[in-house]
Ligand binder design. Structure first.
Ligand code: NAG
Ligand code: NAG
Ligand code: NAG
Length: 566
């Protein structure tokens, strides 16, 4: 399919914009660095002691700032293991909760991931759990059946309602809204015995892949504070990776679980569409978009994905086949190393590619399987397909609400060009990506013919991928073309999320799995995709990859940072 004229103009405009934008960003950062060094320079001549001190070595490159590694052994256990030890009274629930609160207090000033906490209430609930256990009404098995996560701390993406905490989704207008109820998944997790510690940051209206907004500010990557955490469930990915939480809740309409899971080196699962209820989050989706939004689990340890999914899905879990045993040797593995060359998206980073190939090699040697390379042609149009499908009318002919309407939050729709002017003067309460998205929505309208073609393409692509994977197939696909970028730079590569977004349109279950760290110490990863309702396959592969590649790596613990190693 040739590019339409609109698209060609858009690509050109985008390139120009990226250059201009990156130029501006580097100018501003040099200027502020220069100002900072001026401000730090001693006003008087250096004292003799200062003169004697060894000169600070010139650093050839930027020094990476990371969060300190977790020291307490309780912070290194999976949620399953924590629950087991609490049930057996090998550790008190109060100890677990206090340890996690201390960890959040230690790392949050650096990363700004937890934006509101409920520490006091959590401690109160921990005391109740310990009391329940000391009364000893139930035996261990009955307890596990009733409360699989009894006493386990959990964090929740701020966009979800958690009683007593805000759900602004980063909109300044909603700053004073406090939830008076729980979202369905939150209430199910509470019933399973978890203790929520607080809510975590997201992007404005959950529509961008950098978690920064005018209500809570910006969240920093625990492996490099200068880098983004991804979005929209970015605070969640970040606090999990920083060992300030062990399990968490995210939602994903274009990669909002999988991108932060990738940038922060943890596990994130986008379930098959229509299994986990989305109710109780803002903005809640309407029309066709609700077919693409998926709520799902995020966590540090692969073994926690499945029990979380069971709890969050409730009765809908019967749609999946989680009780079926999976033998990895019988899975048909397919691999696609890039999308085939979309003009909108960056090329896949060499280290991501290398990690991908290592996975394929390892599968072949460990399991004796053949990983088959495939080239699915229309994956190249992922971004166009996603954007057309997101604005499609639903079966009743109703259009999804526009982004500018959502920004206005039941008030007047926001006028993006005016907001841009205000933004330049530092007066807008919106973030630049949100304004840019509003503008794009106004300017770019696919014409009807192109619309029909892309809609048809989405249908065909879905059939092609589902037929290929069948009941026993799994596709390996990069989670994103680049490693966690520096803050603000995503604006210069706005469509890279197409690598995750296409699977929302296709409705397939996908698990993002961490694969260790890059040379620079940033997380690597891979997406594992299966046909609808075959979540059990991707979850089994996730557990295997964790064993083979080490899973989550504690930030600040890589050989690069510990003096004396290597
Ligand atoms: C939080 O957001 C959801 C979704 O919009 C909404 O249903 C819920 O009422 C909100 N909570 C409050 C107390 O406003
Ligand atoms: C089952 O899934 C559907 C679609 O996501 C959802 O609307 C419904 O609430 C779910 N049912 C239950 C009982 O969770
Ligand atoms: C930068 C910023 O605004 N950070 C805020 C994030 O949220 C916490 C908790 O609400 C605040 O204390 C920070 O000031």
């Amino acid at each position: 399919m040739a590019l339409s004229r609109v698209e060609r103009v858009l690509v050109l405009a985008l390139r120009l914009f990226s250059f201009a934008y990156l130029g501006l960003v580097s100018l501003v950062s040099y200027a502020s660095a220069a100002l900072a060094s001026l401000a730090l320079a001693p006003a008087s001549p250096p004292t003799p002691e200062a003169a004697k001190a060894p000169p600070t070595p010139a650093t050839p490159c930027r020094v990476r700032r990371v969060v300190p590694p977790p020291q307490h052994p309780l912070l290194l256990l999976s949620a399953r293991e924590l629950a087991r030890r609490i049930r057996r009274k090998e550790v008190s629930c109060v100890d677990v909760i206090e340890t996690y609160i201390a960890r959040i207090n230690e790392v949050n000033p650096l990363i700004n991931a937890v934006v509101r906490d409920r520490f006091e209430a959590a401690l109160q609930e921990a005391h109740e759990v310990d009391k329940l256990l000391s009364e000893g009404h139930d035996d261990e098995e009955a307890l596990e059946e009733k409360f699989p996560f009894l006493g386990v701390p959990v964090t929740i993406k701020e966009a979800f309602a958690l009683n007593g905490l805000p759900n602004t989704s980063g909109l300044v207008n909603r700053r004073n809204i406090i939830s008076v109820s729980d979202a369905v998944v939150v209430s199910r997790l509470k019933q399973a015995g978890t203790i929520p510690l607080g809510v975590t940051n997201c992007s404005e209206l959950c529509m961008w892949y950098e978690s920064s907004n005018r209500v809570y500010g910006r969240t920093n990557n625990p492996y490099d504070l200068e880098c983004i955490v991804g979005g929209s469930s970015g605070g969640e990915g970040c606090i999990l990776a920083a060992a300030g939480s062990v399990i968490g809740v995210g939602a994903d309409i274009g990669g909002s679980i999988r991108m932060p899971a990738f940038f922060n080196g943890i596990f994130g699962h986008k379930p098959t569409t229509g299994v986990v209820p989305n109710e109780g989050q803002f903005p809640n989706t309407m029309g066709t978009r609700s077919n693409f939004l998926c709520t799902g689990p995020m966590c540090r340890f692969a073994e926690d994905l499945e029990p979380m999914l069971r709890v969050m899905a409730g009765p809908n879990i019967s749609k999946l086949k989680l009780d079926e045993a999976v033998s990895l040797e019988n899975i048909k593995f397919y691999s696609m190393e890039h999308d085939g060359g979309s003009v909108f998206v960056c090329r896949v980073d060499r280290e991501i590619l290398q990690a991908h190939r290592k996975v394929a090699e390892r599968l072949e040697t460990d399991l004796g399987v053949q990983v088959q390379n495939v080239a699915i042609r229309d994956m190249k149009y992922s971004f166009q397909i996603w954007s057309v499908m997101m604005t499609a009318k639903d079966s009743t002919g109703k259009e999804a609400p526009s982004f500018t309407e959502l920004l206005g939050d039941h008030g007047k729709p926001v006028w993006p060009s005016w907001e841009l002017v205000k933004w330049m003067m530092g007066l807008s309460t919106h973030t630049l990506p949100a304004i840019a998205l509003g503008l794009t929505e106004k300017i770019v309208k696919y014409n009807t013919r192109l619309n029909c073609r892309l809609t048809a393409m989405a249908k065909n692509l879905q059939k092609e991928v589902v037929d290929l994977l069948g009941e026993d197939g799994v596709l390996l696909y990069p989670p994103h073309p680049v490693l966690a970028p520096r803050h603000n730079t995503p604006l210069a590569m706005p469509f890279n999320f197409a690598y995750t977004a296409i699977f929302n349109i296709l409705g397939l279950p996908v698990t993002q799995c961490p694969l260790g760290l890059s040379k620079e110490g940033l997380p690597l990863g891979i997406q594992v995709v299966a046909a609808p309702n075959n979540d059990h396959l991707t979850l089994a592969v996730a557990r295997y990859l964790e064993k083979a590649f080490g899973g989550w790596v504690s930030p600040g613990a890589s050989s690069l940072d510990i003096p004396g190693t290597q």
